[in-house]
Design a protein around this ligand. Structure first.
Ligand code: C2E
Ligand code: CA
Ligand code: CA
Ligand code: CA
Length: 277
């Protein structure tokens, strides 16, 4: 790229050029990844903490790059968000997850699957309609799917986010507030959101057995959620001790490495067969 220097001289800036070049090629790689089916749907189980029975799973994306290999979402989701590519990826995730959910239903297994939405998705006027079309095509009831949204994604543009959330909620889709406690939304907002689930961020859950402050935060969040009529789920459950502690505190559901790490669909099917509460 070229920029104008102090005296009107055109200065070539290789640093700027390289970064924009890099992001351009990353964006085209992401587009190609979608065409060549390089993204993979991973699933992480969600359990009822009291009974240990399986409620469903969270859908998480992975990228298997032909040269660079396995790439986790933290390495491309932020970029996909700033470029707007995320909207295509979200539709792909909704499609894959719905397909799997309906396949399971045909075999008699009824589970609930959640998909993550980004701030960009909430700005998308057509998202609710496109999701409705996917549900119809797979003959799925909206209650078999849940959408997870972070507080900060909502606070990007609360009015527009609210409009999308209301459309989705009117369709009968469950909505969850993700990473609860890490954002900066006010409780006044939370009160008005049409959500039915609150997900406690893993940073509070992982060490709650050793850290009394974390334990107090988790306990208060469970009570807050319940007092607002919400279902409460804890993520980051890494030990049986944390599971028991959460259960004692009345937390409804749990998700974490102790029960199962995110896994490919085939492995999730095996996991389902072998899981005994
Ligand atoms: P998230 O939505 O908060 O997802 C939970 C993350 O916590 C996952 O990381 C999961 O592997 C991890 N996790 C679950 N249980 C445990 C545990 O017991 N211990 C620890 N240490 N970690 C646990 P993952 O799959 O790497 O995803 C990271 C983030 O990337 C997600 O955080 C989400 O914000 C984003 N992401 C992943 N897939 C998608 C997607 O399809 N769409 C969007 N918009 N974002 C996605
Ligand atoms: Ca999530
Ligand atoms: Ca989360
Ligand atoms: Ca997160």
């Amino acid at each position: 790229s070229a920029k104008t220097g102090g005296r009107g001289v055109v200065v070539y800036d290789p640093a700027i050029d390289q970064t924009s070049q890099e992001s351009l090629s990353l964006l085209s790689e992401l587009r190609r990844a979608l065409e060549r089916d390089e993204f993979m749907l991973y699933l992480q189980p969600k359990l009822d903490l009291a009974s240990g029975s399986v409620i469903g799973a969270e859908a998480l994306v992975r990228w298997v790059h032909p040269e660079k290999g396995f790439i986790g979402p933290d390495n491309f989701i932020p970029f996909a968000e700033t470029t707007g590519f995320i909207r295509m990826l979200t539709i792909w995730m909704l499609e894959k997850t719905a397909a799997f959910c309906s396949e399971l239903q045909l075999r008699g297994t009824h589970l609930k699957f959640s998909v993550n939405l980004s701030a960009r998705d909430l700005m998308d006027q057509d998202l609710a309609m496109r999701f409705a079309e996917i549900l119809t095509r797979y003959r799925l009831s909206p209650v078999s799917m849940c959408l997870e949204i972070t507080e900060s994604a909502i606070m990007d543009d609360p009015a527009r986010a609210m409009a999308t959330l209301e459309k989705l909620s009117n369709m009968g889709v469950s909505l969850a507030i993700d990473d609860f406690g890490t954002g900066y939304s006010s409780l006044a907002y939370l009160k008005r959101l049409p959500v039915d689930e609150l997900k406690i961020d893993k940073s509070f859950v992982m060490n709650m057995e050793q850290d009394m402050d974390d334990a107090r935060i988790v306990r208060s969040t469970i009570d807050l959620g319940h007092n607002m009529g919400l279902r409460v789920i804890a993520e980051g459950v890494e030990s049986e001790a944390v599971w028991f502690l959460l259960r004692q505190m009345g937390c409804d559901q749990g998700q974490g490495y102790f029960m199962g790490k995110p896994m490919p669909v085939e492995r999730f099917l095996e996991w389902l067969q072998h899981w005994r509460p």
